[in-house]
Design a protein around this ligand. Structure first.
Ligand code: PHE
Length: 349
């Protein structure tokens, strides 16, 4: 029996030292020390031993059990340690590697220009409003003194959806919508930025879709000089205090009188050069005094209320401000162009 125990010890220890993973160790434990294990079954035969022999063999058996248990525990620790080290090795991070650059976006130049103009007019007490891009014939034309069949409708070549629905050709319908909203009783001071659409062939200065900013001021005693002062303030704040404006007579069915506004050429300061086509002036926007018919259709008493309105293209403003020569740059999303103006707000070249 002693011999048997010694064999078990040697066999078990040899297996433990060869074991390659935790599962094998577990199996060895079961094989030798488990309830049906070989050590246990030897111990069961102890009943046949003499009284003197029993404690001696019992002690040996305990030693064998302890020795095997100790070896298994030590080997378990060693394997666990090795596994941990391997895991750490595999998951090691080289914290000295340089990081990947994070791409930071920015506002599109058109957005910056629109926000700059909004801020300026908000500072003068205007509210910012919006209107639908799919517009009715009524608001785009009729409410602006352009009844069906009016020849001036041809000034803006229109995308029609049905006879009564179209893509708005300008932001002026928001004038009529806003005046209706205030119901002919309250003064109005609003600007409205938004997309507009015209059946144009795209080239360096034309696009079938572009943006406009509309302005409208209606109150008692609004005069032409208020329009001029407001636009002068706008021009100087956008382009610099040294710029002059001039108003030329023009025609729009919804304003009377109507004007077009020019600003003095920055390059030649009014002497004439190729940028201003040798006139010394550059056209910026259209405007005028709101036509009495437009006021009346929106519910305002034109004897009591007067107003001015203007409309401008932010693309054109940005092109002049930053010397951009092709309107398509705004829409083609070339990052080399876009990223140049991420910090454009307020900065003039
Ligand atoms: N809606 C006109 C256009 O698109 C511009 C304009 C607006 C003119 C307001 C006068 C008053 O050409």
């Amino acid at each position: 029996m002693k011999e048997q125990l010694e064999n078990i010890r040697q066999e078990a220890l040899a297996k433990v030292s060869e074991a390659a993973d935790l599962k094998e160790l577990q199996d060895i434990k079961v094989t030798y020390l488990g309830k049906k294990g070989s050590l246990t079954s030897v111990l069961r035969g102890m009943g046949n031993l003499s009284k003197e022999e029993r404690p001696v063999v019992g002690e040996i058996a305990n030693n064998v059990r302890e020795a095997i248990t100790k070896e298994i525990d030590e080997k378990t620790d060693a394997l666990e340690q090795a596994a941990l080290e391997e895991k750490l090795e595999n998951e090691a991070l080289d914290v000295t590697l340089p990081g990947r650059p994070v791409q930071v976006g920015g506002a599109h130049l058109l957005t910056s220009i629109i926000e700059e103009i909004e801020d300026l007019f908000i500072g003068m007490g205007y509210e910012v409003r919006e209107g639908p891009e799919v517009e009715t014939d009524y608001f785009n034309f009729e409410a602006l003194n352009l009844p069906k069949g009016h020849p001036a409708r041809d000034m803006q070549d229109t995308f029609y959806i049905t006879n009564e629905l179209l893509l708005r050709t300008h932001t002026s319908p928001v004038q009529a919508r806003t005046m209706q909203h205030y119901g002919g009783t309250q003064p109005v001071r609003m600007i409205c930025p938004g997309k507009v659409y015209r059946r144009d062939t795209d080239d360096a200065t034309h696009s079938h879709q572009f943006t406009q900013i509309e302005g409208l001021y209606v109150d008692k005693n609004v005069r032409m000089s208020d329009l001029k002062g407001t636009l002068d303030n706008f021009a100087k704040s956008m382009f610099g205090d040294d710029r002059e404006i001039r108003l030329r007579p023009s025609f729009f069915p919804f304003t009377e009188p109507s004007v077009e506004m020019d600003i003095s050429c920055k390059v030649c300061k009014g002497d004439g050069c190729s940028v201003c086509k040798h006139s010394g002036w550059i056209e910026i926007l259209g405007g005028g005094m709101v036509h009495p018919n437009v006021l009346e259709m929106a519910g305002y008493d034109s004897e009591e209320y007067t107003g001015f309105a203007f409309g401008m293209g932010p693309e054109r403003i940005a092109m002049l401000k930053y010397g951009i020569d092709d309107i398509r740059h705004f829409y083609t999303n070339d990052k080399r162009f876009i990223t140049q103006y991420h910090h454009a707000k307020g900065g003039t070249l």
